[in-house]
Design a protein around this ligand. Sequence first.
Ligand code: GLU
Length: 414
Amino acid sequence: MTESPFDSYLAMVERVGALLRYDESTVGPLRAPKRSIIVSIPIEMDNGQVEVFTGYRVQYDTIRGPAKGGIRYHPAVTLDEVKALAAWMSVKCAVVDIPFGGAKGGVAVDPARLSLRELERLTRRYVAEIFDIIGPDRDIPAPDVGTNPQVMAWVMDTISMKRGYVEPGTVTGKPVPLGGSRGREEATARGLLYTVQAALRVPGLSLEGARVAIQGYGNVGGHAARLLHDGGARIIAVSDVRGGIHDPRGLDPQALHRHLGTTGSVVGFPGAAPITNADLLTLECDILVPAALEQQITEENADRVRARLIAEGANGPTTPDADAILRERGIFIIPDILCNAGGVVVSYFEWVQDRYGYFWKEEEVQARLAEKMQQAFDDVLTVANQHQVDMRTAAYAMGVSRIAEARRLRGLYG
Ligand code: GLU
């Protein structure tokens, strides 16, 4: 049975709680978010009608620092999903050892259905509704599925106008001219590349000539295709919401980028055969990169996955049941909370640069990101070897133990 995304998180907490022999006083606080809010967002549409959308912001914890996490615009956004995404941010920030707790926000909306002006009004009103709980020392939003640097610019402007002074560190993933970090846009994909390079040393594969299939061609999948291709891999299949394309000889990400620019989809790319999103996941390849949404690899298809390595660009793409099947089949998985952490790592760098008011060169961002990702990968691998567990369990054990230790040191207030 496929559980909800938040149930998947809870299952991992129980698993590592048992592994680390934690008592109930340690596990209990990990099971619920610090704060969840639901807001109504009425906006005037271009036709003069008022439509009301529902928005969420969940702060999972602020144990190791301000809450941190993106804002998602997607029609299927629910409180359960945002809660899971916030919990994953919390563990992710601890895995890469950056001084943040976890948060996530979302609005149940299809952004493709809105005009640019409607999108701006939606963003400004959503931010106004959560204004009291966000800020550079409280909770720092960033982009996620369906949002982008322009949306983050509106977030920053709304907060700055309400405060009465410019506050760049209140949001990350902003455009560079507004205090964004160089290298932030491709950071998640670059972090993914670094973890793949680190993992390839383990199962003895090589990136040179490796056949890669990527589900999702947004910020993560699109940049990952280019970076993996530049690293010598052969991108044999990619997909987006409209469908996928397959060419065993390899796709050229640059030509694909131009095709996407003119048609709005990867579908119909000349010379490639069509493939469904479902079939892409079970394609024979060396590296599978799920980079779309949660719960794509399930108990229904896990026994047919033919990749040797899975690099989870998306958050929560594998259900716990599927995870068990893949584990048994010996497929090496770089779990989401490690694999896609490059985005929030460079968000952290952006926050640091905003606070200093001093900005780094792109090479410096990349070098520091490489160092962070390598360290996190090595830390997780050490835990995996120590406890004789898979990389996901090890990553959770690493993250959860850092959070639990910080909580123990702080003690209980009141
Ligand atoms: N949305 C990204 C994630 O899921 C980045 C979050 C951030 O930079 O705060 O990791």
